[in-house]
Write a protein that binds this ligand. Structure first.
Ligand SMILES: [Zn+2]
Length: 287
């Protein structure tokens, strides 16, 4: 069954507003002939959302799935890192995590826990899932979903921080500019260096978990979460789809074909349960 799954899988990501601090890289070549005005709603600025915030968000969702199956996952941080607050690391270790890399004696001999296997750990242990950045573009016809791209609109938000002292008359103290992407809809491309049934099971379950907890502060994506940013609708795209079927998912003018409907049923009834079972078994074996 796992032979039917390609090493390239896709996650649909939809969000009204995403803020990833200063780390959105913009591509201004398309901007109106050099008359670049970042507040102009007509601007044609595309850009790249780096994989780091996406990866952390996905990993956290997956860790929670591992916890729900009574397993522990590698802690994302080094045990000797300065965690700012005493006891945070120890508290996490009591709460569903083991020390990063504690599940691996020799990386050549064993794969560690499923989270270590996917995300890697120390130095030359890269992990078996490669998380790519998402390239976004405001012009939908220029978006190639099969390459993990998205429609999205670059915005720069301005925030004035004003003095609260009455005698200052709300005088601005400073101005903060925030890079954001509005109305994002597209594909996040993940490449597996090796396909294992439990990887696909964990991906499917992790994405479902994140979708179901999209308004939980802990499971929102990026920054400005207190201001309604980072609430993400996400959906693991049926890995049985062919490229033209994947494109059709994003085509608002066309619905699913009958063939796609059949594949959805196959995925839900035959494939997914097998992969989730493989995940349960792997977790039950212990890290
Ligand atoms: Zn581990």
């Amino acid at each position: 069954m796992i032979e039917d799954i390609d090493c390239d899988v896709f996650v649909r990501i939809q969000t009204d507003l995403l803020v990833v601090g200063d780390s959105i890289m913009t591509d201004r070549h398309h901007a109106s002939n050099g008359n670049y005005e970042d507040t102009d709603p007509q601007n044609q600025i595309g850009g790249i959302i780096p994989a780091f915030p996406l990866s952390g968000w996905l990993r956290h969702g997956m860790e929670r799935v591992v916890h729900e199956y009574d397993g522990t996952a590698c802690h994302p941080g080094e045990s000797n890192a300065n965690f700012m607050k005493d006891g945070v690391y120890e508290r996490d270790l009591d709460d569903g995590y083991h020390e990063k890399g504690a599940c691996v004696d020799d990386p050549k001999e064993n794969d560690g826990c499923v989270v270590f296997d996917l995300f890697g750990g120390f130095g030359n242990q890269p992990g078996k899932v490669m998380r790519r950045p998402i390239k976004f573009n405001p012009v939908r016809s220029s978006v190639d979903y099969t390459r993990g791209q998205a429609e999205g609109h670059y915005r720069r938000l301005n925030r004035n921080v004003v003095s609260r002292n009455r005698e200052d008359n709300r005088e601005p103290l400073r101005n903060a500019e925030i890079d954001a992407v509005a109305n994002l809809d597209g594909c996040w491309h993940l490449s597996l260096r090796e396909t294992k049934p439990e990887f696909i099971g964990l991906l499917a379950e992790g994405i479902d978990f994140l979708d179901g907890h999209q308004t939980d502060f802990m499971h929102q994506l990026g920054g400005a979460r207190n201001f309604g940013a980072g609430i993400v609708d996400c959906h693991f795209i049926n890995p049985l789809y062919e490229e033209r079927e994947l494109k059709r998912v994003f085509d608002r003018g066309k619905g699913n074909t009958n063939k796609m409907g059949e594949k959805d049923e196959q995925w839900a009834k035959e494939y997914r349960p097998v992969f989730v079972e493989a995940l349960e078994e792997r977790i039950a074996e212990g890290p």
